[in-house]
Design a protein around this ligand. Sequence first.
Ligand code: SF4
Length: 292
Amino acid sequence: MDHLDKLEAKSVHILREAYAAFGNLCMLWSIGKDSTVLLWLARKAFYGHVPFPLVHVDTHYKIPEMIEYRDRLAKEYGLYMIYGENKEALEAGETFPEGKVSHMECCKRLKTEALTHTLNGTWPRYRLNLQTGEYEQDTDTAAYTGVIVGARSDEEGSRSKERYFSPRDKYNDWNLDDQPPEFWNQFKTDFAPGTHVRIHPLLDWTELNIWEYIERENIPTVSLYYNQGDGTRYRSLGCAPCTKPIKSESRNPREIIEELKTGALSNIAERSGREQDKEDGGLETLRRNGYM
Ligand code: SF4
């Protein structure tokens, strides 16, 4: 087995362990490269069929190509595709792009609150009808007790503090000082009622591993990751008003792998183009309070 085979095998093991342990499981899909690799691994783990819903928190500020890609792949793979949103904040225009709140407050409302209420089923969930291609309100409103997330330790500091099976309380809050030990491949999967657990099968993968795997498996990805001729590309995808591309000539996964191996990006944070990470407290504050 090479290093990608080993990473794949461990992630598949964690996905199957999660499916066996949690009655109402879902997987978050941000449309980015990491969660798309996770989706690919889930299809491998369950022989082509993904046996739980894919959940996307839609801020309605995502780059349009991301949403087209989401729906195209969801139809092609026959996914149980769900999106959730903070309708009230969007209708009131209480967002950063509308100039009414800060980045942090906007992320809290459009991402954290929308995620919390989508996971616990207290706000409407919209499910893709694979026949019509339209979204309809989902009749299943049961809370998800296990949530699979494509976080990687090397992506950003707060993510390096995660466990493979990481408990959150009923408010979705994360207590970093009280996390279960994980020795070898022994995972704690029984938690007190009301806990929801985030499962992180990609913790050991690096940005380079992700691109190597995308190349090896020929995984479809959003073209925004590649230089289209203007000498820029997105290294990390997010909301259009808050995400900036980096200077890069890489036009495909092979060229990104070569670029990463040169070390040209090693002193630039992967999420440096994401504005919300730069406010006071940054991503760790958001993540302690339930952000993905
Ligand atoms: S990334 Fe920007 S637009 Fe998106 S939720 Fe955060 S502040 Fe709002």
